[in-house]
Ligand binder design. Sequence first.
Ligand SMILES: *[C@@H]1O[C@H](CO)[C@@H](O)[C@H](O)[C@H]1NC(C)=O
Ligand SMILES: *[C@@H]1O[C@H](CO)[C@@H](O)[C@H](O)[C@H]1NC(C)=O
Length: 189
Amino acid sequence: MEGFTSFFNMILVALLVATVSSTKLNVPRLRLSYADLLSTNRSSIFSGHHGQLSLTAVFLDEYRDRLFLGGKDILYSLLLGPASSESKEIYWPPLPGNREDCIQTGKEPQTECANFVRLLQPFNRTHLLACGTGAFQPMCAFINVGHRGEHVFTMDPTNVENGRGKVPHDPSLPFASTFNGMSCVGVYL
Ligand SMILES: *[C@@H]1O[C@H](CO)[C@@H](O)[C@H](O)[C@H]1NC(C)=O
Ligand SMILES: *[C@@H]1O[C@H](CO)[C@@H](O)[C@H](O)[C@H]1NC(C)=O
């Protein structure tokens, strides 16, 4: 089941890239089989560095040719160049003590008491804003992604802000967000 889930997520990422670029050109959505996708030689398979990839946020950065992914306690940066398989990751768990507090209130350690990244948005020329549920203590941080052409991917773990009102506490709540000048507004659906 685990293997199937990661496989599905890989396809999803690939389809997402295809969908986003076709939407932009206002043409019908492109449909590719898995075999078609591989035979183009323009796709590479990414299944996370720990063999399981469960995505909770995706941001395709066409300016930098990068795909940013957020999951459970983790962020990934993938380069989208031809057949590039270079990737970087940032481990981003809840703040110290928050996982334990969450478990103490009777919530599920695996599906609730972790930092599920729910938001990944461009902030300025060098940084993205990332927010996660932080084990029911939402938090946000800036990620340095560098300028176009650099593969920088770092976060200062001491510079974390309260994410209340930006992302939900609950990883399973449907959610959308918008970036309004300097502030980010979360919309709970
Ligand atoms: C993809 O790569 C394989 C092996 O390198 C090659 O045989 C094939 O012709 C390539 N396909 C395309 C569409 O470029
Ligand atoms: C982008 O924002 C971050 C976080 O506030 C800041 O550290 C960085 O210097 C800014 N970069 C630019 C190019 O304005």
